[in-house]
Design a protein around this ligand. Structure first.
Ligand SMILES: NC(=O)c1ccc[n+]([C@@H]2O[C@H](COP(=O)([O-])OP(=O)(O)OC[C@H]3O[C@@H](n4cnc5c(N)ncnc54)[C@H](OP(=O)(O)O)[C@@H]3O)[C@@H](O)[C@H]2O)c1
Length: 246
């Protein structure tokens, strides 16, 4: 029976992943900032088979609260087999270009908070000498694109941080999974015009995450074909890339 901490637990991808583990009778500690949605998710997971579901409120931008919330989660679960870090915002790129404070706020939510949380979690996991830190980054971090380079910068920072963490935590038997979804139909992407054939449902992403955690994979592109799309994008020469509407 797995003991699972989820940060940004009300994310559509996180919820779908939690359901995969609820079926197995997992114990959950959920952190998110919307109490009503947390309560509803907790009941849903219990109905689906979770052994226990505790939760607490956390706005990840409130870094001063990170330590106490993570300690509370650890005390409740005893030890943590899996920590899934899922929160994020797809900010308005235009607004970030207008005002550096908006850009920095996006970096706070999508990168600095994640790095701060992972720094504390890594120390907890290192002492435990087991478990998986699963972190949702994005294919957007693989190459800066004009349409979302502030978000992409944040995800690139998270990916690079996690690569370093993988090398550090490997020595303690701790698995670090970097998750790079492509386009997923969630509230984050609602209203965006996206080619339908490239958009995946959260349940499919969740099944991939579940498998990647169980198989201790290092980097997950999900769905799988995004690995090849991103190889293509990374290799577009800079002279052409600048002119493309990507
Ligand atoms: N959807 C995609 O196409 C896609 C692609 C690549 C990567 N991702 C990544 O996947 C992860 C999950 O996103 P999703 O697609 O499942 O979207 P989502 O359903 O909109 O989930 C985003 C979650 O982040 C939470 N969040 C945002 N700011 C927060 C804060 N300051 N404190 C606490 N929680 C906060 C939101 O909580 P509230 O409901 O309270 O705002 C929400 O639960 C994100 O890291 C995202 O960047 C998504």
């Amino acid at each position: 029976m797995k003991k699972i901490l989820i940060i940004g637990a009300t994310s559509a991808i996180a919820e779908a992943t939690a359901r995969c583990y609820a079926k197995e009778g997992a114990m959950f500690y959920l952190l998110a900032r919307n109490e009503e949605r947390l309560a509803s998710l907790a009941s849903d997971l219990k109905i689906r088979g979770a052994l226990s579901v505790d939760y607490s409120l956390l706005d990840v931008k409130e870094r001063a609260n990170h330590e106490q919330e993570l300690l509370r989660a650890k005390d409740t679960l005893g030890n943590i087999d899996i920590a899934l870090v899922a929160h994020g915002t797809l900010g308005n790129q235009g607004a970030c270009e207008e005002d550096p404070e908006v850009a920095l706020l996006e970096l706070e939510t999508n990168a600095f908070s994640t790095i701060a949380l992972l720094t504390r979690l890594a120390n907890i996991f290192e002492k435990q000498s087991h478990g998986t830190l699963a972190v949702i980054s994005s294919v957007a971090g693989d190459r800066g694109r004009a349409s979302n380079y502030v978000y992409g910068t944040a995800k690139a920072a998270v990916t690079t941080f996690c690569e370093g963490l993988q090398a550090r935590m490997f020595k303690s038997g701790v698995h670090v999974l970097i998750i790079k979804p492509g386009l997923v139909a969630t509230p984050m992407t609602e209203g965006l015009s996206m080619p339908a054939f490239l958009v995946a449902e959260p349940a499919l992403i969740a099944a991939d995450i579940f498998r990647a955690i169980e198989k201790k994979i290092d980097v997950l592109y999900t769905p799988w074909f995004w690995k090849y799309i991103m190889i293509g994008i990374i290799h577009i020469p800079a002279t052409l890339f600048k002119k493309a509407n990507l």
